[in-house]
Design a protein around this ligand. Structure first.
Ligand code: NAP
Length: 299
């Protein structure tokens, strides 16, 4: 029997594991892939506080599992299949085992959807990005493309318009689904050029991306492509247990507590996540501290 089981070993889960085990809780972290999370796919991180030289996501995350294990957290490579509560105890079923705990912290994240153009995977991190806050700075004074017509695409196009020289906003239809006020701001922004009824067919370049070819065959030389065509929130394990917002994100309070006592949600799976490593790590610490308090009260 564990005190706390953490599901997911990205920055949020590993930070929760570090804090929980250091506070003396018997802690298990379960991860279906390699510990580190999505950020390990990023080639350059320069906005994690305290890290003065640019690091890859893999380098940044390399010692997080070790640090959590130093205080006693166990990390196992197992995919969680089911989560349920029975007589006040959590039961966690994986492909090969069943574990029990007094509290659960879910840190299973969210994944940006792919747009599906040729070269999207090849140039991810070399010109194709899914995060304007993370990568926008690299395109200072350059020309970029934003794909999508929802709130995220238009809000990020506005953000990028303050950094890049020019933003092409490419949408597959002739109407945006973003909020009218956001659309108005986009229409009034000089350096955003909207291209309706088009999609990116292919990106090309050498080591780094140099341009795109649209479905009409038109070619545009650009330095970066930002894809905002929706997110997949990894809420499958708890979607029937807790309250979600209209986009499937888990509702939490300031303690990272979900609508169910003893169940916490941290990082990109939770509502209002800013999808940054520093914020995910903060969530993990908050949840672990509060989960330990919850356990000690023995509620
Ligand atoms: P979204 O609303 O689902 O929009 C996705 C956009 O991408 C749509 O315009 C869609 O086109 C387009 N798209 C989908 N697949 C594509 C593909 N393969 N190629 C090209 N375009 C593609 O996603 P989101 O903008 O990430 O927003 C998700 C939810 O969060 C929404 O409910 C949104 O309102 C909410 N949100 C709210 C705020 C806010 O309130 N400030 C901010 C961000 C997000 P179609 O329009 O043709 O389907």
């Amino acid at each position: 029997m564990y005190d706390i089981i953490i599901i997911g070993a990205g920055p949020a889960g590993l930070s929760a594991g570090l804090y929980a085990s250091r506070l003396g809780a018997k802690t298990l972290i379960l991860e279906k892939l390699t510990p580190g999370g999505q950020i390990t796919l990023s080639s350059e991180i320069e906005n994690y506080p305290g890290i003065c030289e640019v690091k890859s996501g893999l380098e940044l995350m390399s010692c997080w599992p070790q640090q959590a294990m130093k205080f006693g957290a166990e990390i196992k490579s197992e995919e969680v299949k089911k989560l349920k509560i029975e007589n006040g105890k959590w039961k966690v079923e994986t492909s090969n085992n069943e574990y029990t705990s007094k509290a659960i912290i879910v840190a299973t994240g969210a994944n940006p959807k792919k747009a599906g153009f040729e070269g999207e995977i090849k140039y991810t991190g070399k010109g194709v990005s899914y995060c304007a806050v993370c990568d926008g700075f690299f395109y200072k004074g350059k020309n970029v493309v934003v794909i999508g017509g929802g709130d995220t695409a238009l809000e990020e196009a506005l953000y990028l318009s303050k950094i890049a020289q020019k933003v092409y906003l490419i949408h597959r239809r002739d109407k945006f689904r973003a909020a009218p006020l956001t659309q108005k701001k986009v229409f009034n922004t000089q350096n955003i050029e909207i291209i309706y009824n088009e999609s990116v067919k292919k990106v090309f370049g050498n080591e780094f991306l140099e341009g795109i070819i649209l479905s009409s065959g038109k070619e545009i030389k650009i330095d970066g492509v930002f894809v905002f065509v929706g997110m997949k929130i990894n809420n499958e394990l708890i979607k029937d247990l807790v309250k979600l917002n209209e986009w499937g994100e888990v509702k939490v309070d300031l303690n990272m507590q979900t609508s169910l006592k003893g169940l916490y949600a941290v990082g990109d799976i939770r509502q209002n996540a800013v999808k940054q490593v520093v914020a995910a790590a903060g969530d993990g610490a908050i949840a672990a501290i509060n989960a330990v308090k919850y356990m000690e009260k023995g509620e």
